[in-house]
Design a protein around this ligand. Sequence first.
Ligand code: NAD
Length: 344
Amino acid sequence: MTTTVTSPAARVLIGPGARHDIAGEAGRLGDRVFLVHTRSATPAALELAGALGEKLVGRFDGPVVHTPVAVTATAMELVAGGAPDVLVAIGGGSAVGLAKAIAARTGLPQIAVPTTYAGSEVTGVLGETENGVKTTRRDPALTPGTVVYDAELTLDLPAGLTRTSALNALAHAVEALWAPDATALSDALADEAAELILTGLPAVLADGRDPAARARLQQAGWLAGLCLARTTMGLHHQLAHALGGTFDLPHAELHAMLLPHVMAFNLPAAPAAAHRLARTAGSDPVAAVRDLARGYAGPRTLAELGVPRAELPAVAARVAARPYPNPRPFDADDLAGLLDRVWS
Ligand code: NAD
């Protein structure tokens, strides 16, 4: 079987204070800038607005998790009014996703400035929700052409979101290790991402304002995003998409609670991935990830997220009917059992 590895060309600016280069980067692409950002990124957005002056033709600060098409429609009205020739997104995966959705409708070039570890900024993956159904497409043309990593923008990321977002990134790396199209490149990216997260997350949790520790974790998010971009995701991401879209759940929290359960389910059928993760964790990787997930002070089960237990078998049946490639085959009963464990 031939595996095709797509590496979209992207400029990556990385380093403390790199956000001060956004205006200059935008100037390389056009004269009229439209900015989307999560509210958490308002200070950075206002700083950029000051640097852009009249080149800023519109700003939208209402991105929503899972990119609902109705929110995109609202943003598109502002985009139409401003007639930009470049998009800048500052914030978590919600902001980056909205810019991709706008790019999908306009063909505009994007500059992504992530402030979490979701990794969306280096993928051509766009998930959109409508009427409770999440549809995902992959198109290299949707990959932002420029990414700016400034770890200073992550210093205020709360401990809870730091933990769950880093586990979201770890899920990309773990699934890359057992992906059917894993290569030496994706294995190397995944190994390094997993190492940086397993060793780096505790350091950031101990001192969230340590710039060097934050920078290491941000680089883990970058590498994990590249894993997501380069390999086919399996059961973990399929469950996250199905649950997140159906019940409108917080993205990173959901990934964090699913990951140890999916690892426990899959790793016996994925010995190479299990070996690499054990080497990286220095112990049982499922236990290591479970411990990191357990430290979260917010919701740690589907029950705590308010998901009705009675609806889990229907989700399991839907996922089992159209499975993503996965190292361990499963049927609806296997998944119903797994989801029930995540519920309770
Ligand atoms: P998010 O963007 O929804 O942000 C979560 C919350 O954290 C928001 O309230 C936000 O304002 C706040 N926040 C973000 N950065 C912050 C910071 N530095 N300091 C303080 N607060 C901050 O969450 P997310 O987990 O980054 O992204 C989730 C979204 O990204 C989902 O829609 C998911 O589908 C998408 N996603 C897509 C891909 C892809 O490749 N397409 C990959 C991962 C995630």
